[in-house]
Design a protein around this ligand. Structure first.
Ligand SMILES: Cc1ncc(COP(=O)(O)O)c(C=O)c1O
Length: 379
């Protein structure tokens, strides 16, 4: 019997997304328009962040780049980030002219290790990026205290944590500047998209200009599917705005976030329950309360990771690696860094298993059974 390949990621595209796309295309206003304004409002409501401003942009990478610029990061500055982070974060730091400085992660959460970060603070350090590695969030209270002590600005990369909450507050609603990605594989997708959550109207205005090649065109005009033909330009800008079609898809996805979140949480709990019994497998240390998981990962002995991947692949089960640490890349191999022993170990052990919204139990069973057989247990 031919078994269907199980991909690592599988977007949930249903009738609502297809109808939303059709409506957006038929509207005839393809650039940034009314759906973008609606999407920002819907995100703000979802986050319960009435005291914050939400700005939609073209990608998560664009959000990171603009977020760093907003925090005043530029040439000659240093930005501390875990080396165990997405390449987009490192590239966004470079794009501002600043240098990434790599700190280690905690063994349990796989998020930033603040003691390691403390050793790297220098007179050039301007900001830090903290990212929630999916199933377990950063210790955000400690991050805020650390930033205050060292006089640093914080960019919270919440690309993996959309829909999660920390101490009963929505992720994205409490940081200096937070960002999300809605790329093709994220918990909710806009095909491509991102968003920044900031504190003040002035920050929102600056982001509006920067995302639109520096044009001071009022967003409220564009949200009426129109444009101002005259405008000023006062600061650097990029073509980073979100398109109407993408926002329309994002709105359709956001409307089903509860269903998406609970199905992903259940799948992760199922994985944890069945995989924690295998001696050589380390599962995420969490009960997933308040978490909307984007990725499900395990750690396996470094020597067994590639054989396990090959074994599963032969059985039509794809796996991923999130991530290769930053300091392993040629571009960043000379970056300033601290002791990265946990990152180096985790970088060789980490393995992402398939996680989809509405994942069928028999799909999960096939994956679990493959892993159990590899490690020599009966399936
Ligand atoms: C943690 C993290 N930050 C940032 C990004 C960049 O987002 P995008 O792909 O939307 O540019 C990603 C994308 O995978 C990510 O996982």
């Amino acid at each position: 019997m031919h078994l269907e390949t199980i991909p690592v990621f599988k977007p949930l595209i249903e009738t609502e997304e297809i109808l939303a796309s059709q409506r957006a295309l038929e509207m005839g206003w393809l650039g940034m328009g009314s759906y973008v304004g609606e999407f920002e409002e819907a995100l703000k409501t979802f986050l319960g962040a009435r005291d914050r401003e939400v700005v939609a942009v073209s990608t998560g990478h664009a959000a990171l780049h603009l977020g760093l610029l907003l925090l005043g990061v530029g040439s000659g500055d240093e930005v501390i980030t875990p080396s165990f982070n997405n390449a987009a974060d490192f590239q966004a730091i470079l794009a501002t002219g600043a240098d990434p400085v790599f700190c280690d992660i905690e063994e349990d959460s796989l998020c930033i290790n603040l003691a390691s970060a403390a050793e790297l603070v220098s007179p050039r350090t301007k900001a830090m990026i903290v990212m929630d590695y999916d199933c377990v969030l950063c210790k955000h209270d400690e991050v805020a205290a650390f930033a205050r002590t060292h006089g640093l600005r914080v960019l919270h990369d919440a690309a993996h944590a959309f829909g999660s909450s920390y101490r009963d507050r929505a992720v994205g609603s409490f940081s200096d500047v937070a960002m999300f990605s809605f790329d093709p594989v994220k918990t909710i997708t806009c095909i491509d998209g991102g968003a920044l959550v900031v504190r003040t109207e002035d920050e929102r205005r600056r982001l509006h200009e920067m995302r639109l090649i520096g044009m001071s065109q009022p967003a409220k005009v564009m949200y009426n599917n129109a444009r101002a033909w005259t405008y000023d330009m006062q600061a650097i800008g990029f073509r980073y705005h979100m398109a109407n079609l993408h926002a329309a898809i994002g709105l359709a996805q956001l409307a089903k976030i509860e269903r998406i979140a609970s199905s992903r949480r259940e799948a992760c709990l199922y994985y944890n329950e069945h995989l924690r019994m295998i001696d050589e497998v380390i599962v995420p240390k969490t009960n997933f309360a308040g978490i909307t998981p984007f990725l499900y990962y395990i750690r396996v002995p470094a020597k067994k990771r590639h054989p396990l991947r090959a074994f599963l692949n032969e059985r039509g089960i794809e796996t991923g690696i999130h991530w290769q640490p930053g300091h392993w890349f040629t571009l960043f191999k000379n970056c300033h860094r601290g002791d990265l022993s946990v990152t180096d170990r985790v970088g060789h052990e980490i393995l992402s298993l398939p996680l989809h919204s509405m994942m069928a139990t028999n799909t999960l069973d096939r994956i679990i059974s493959g892993i159990r057989s590899f490690f020599g247990r009966s399936s």
